[in-house]
Write a protein that binds this ligand. Structure first.
Ligand code: TTP
Ligand code: MG
Length: 353
């Protein structure tokens, strides 16, 4: 394999909303929001609703005030999962190196593909066509020499578009890219950078490594690399995984009952993902994660040797929640696997070549 990698990032367009519009064609052309509930936040909205500023994670009440004729529809996770597996099957036809990020998103390493004379762009278009034929839904694709660039690029021509950044265009592409598009740059970081007049990756590139480290610590070193379009992360396919986890953001939750509900939803998702794994390594630990409304992340884990029951997650999340004493705005759960070369794997005779 040559040293240059070709990565495709596929992301479905307004995924949950697009599925609902497919199932109920009378919704097409009207603004719709998915999920929510009176006290909740929207999971997503279609593009008609986005014109009004309605988007994922917006509280339902606010969404309705921005767009009074917004049509609200409940989630139907089993259906979304079914579609998610359909699109994954399509990815696996072209490469085994598929790293799903969520139900509607995945990285594909197609460096070794020979279809279309090695053109990753034509291959991405072929995958889009196949997704449409199978699901009647559109996907957007980004193509680039690494994961970070492919992911940013898939957002460039949404919906149903493809955007390619060939290796020779990386410098140009990065120069004008707003820093908020970078992996790991959230609202708080954006504000800190903006105080230094840094808006684009080009602005960031004028800083040397030492100054970035001095001002932003380890995050500064990360920024130094990614603002130049450098990202060496491998596409990690599911059988190489060290762990699987799922998480979701909510508007602040301060009620244990609501936490139970959320964990139940996450558990269903985690369980399905576990069932779908091609290779099931022995489990080492289970964990829960919560982000509190002061933006701090907290985790708690327990040793565990089989796939935990829902009750185990509820117990663990209760322990964490009562320790935090703050409203929670993100919850996640997961399991970690034994390392392939760990003592326990060796004892179980699971060490592979
Ligand atoms: P996204 O790919 O982020 O959004 P999207 O597919 O709806 O829209 P886009 O065209 O911009 O890609 O997320 C995929 C699905 O995940 C989305 O349809 C609903 C769900 N989701 C949540 O439940 N909560 C969230 O905060 C986000 C961002 C997504
Ligand atoms: Mg999407």
């Amino acid at each position: 394999m040559g040293s240059l990698r070709k990565i495709i990032h596929i992301d479905m367009d307004c995924f949950y909303a697009a599925i609902e519009m497919r199932e109920f064609p009378e919704l097409k052309g009207k603004p719709i929001g998915i999920g929510g509930g009176e006290r909740g936040v929207l999971s997503t909205a279609n593009y008609e609703a986005r014109k009004f500023g309605v988007k994922s994670a917006l509280p339902t009440k606010l969404a309705v005030s921005l767009c009074p004729h917004l049509i609200l529809r409940p989630h139907r996770f089993p259906l979304y999962k079914e579609v998610s597996y359909q699109i994954r099957e399509i990815f696996y036809k072209y490469t085994k190196k598929v790293e799903p990020l969520s139900l509607d998103e995945a990285y594909l390493d197609v460096s070794d593909n020979i279809e279309f004379k090695g053109s990753a762009t034509l291959l991405a278009q072929q995958i889009q066509k196949e997704i449409y034929k199978t699901t009647q839904l559109t996907a957007s694709a980004g193509v680039g020499p690494n994961k970070m660039i492919a992911k940013v690029a898939s957002d460039w021509n949404k919906p149903a578009g493809v955007f390619t950044v060939p290796p020779g265009n990386v410098d140009n592409f990065m120069m004008d890219l707003p820093v908020k598009k970078l992996f790991g740059v959230g609202k708080v970081m954006q504000e800190s950078l903006s105080r230094w007049g840094i808006k684009t990756c080009g602005d960031l590139q004028t800083w040397d490594k030492e100054s970035l480290y001095k001002e932003f610590g380890n995050m500064g070193l990360h920024l130094y690399k990614i603002c130049r379009g450098k990202d060496n992360r491998k596409v990690v396919s599911s059988w190489e995984r060290k762990s699987i986890s799922v998480e979701n953001t909510f508007s602040d939750i301060d009620h244990i009952k609501e936490i139970h509900e959320r964990i139940k939803e996450l558990y269903e998702d985690l369980h399905l993902r576990f069932e779908k794994l091609n290779e099931k390594r022995p489990i080492k630990t289970m964990h829960v994660k919560a982000k509190t409304n002061d933006f701090q992340s907290h985790t708690m884990d327990r040793s565990f040797s089989s796939f935990p029951k829902l009750e185990e997650y509820i117990k663990l999340v209760e322990d964490l929640f009562f320790k935090l004493e703050l409203p929670v705005r993100l919850l996640g759960i997961g399991v970690r696997f034994e390392e392939k070369d760990s003592l326990r794997s060796l004892q179980l005779g699971l060490l592979e070549d």
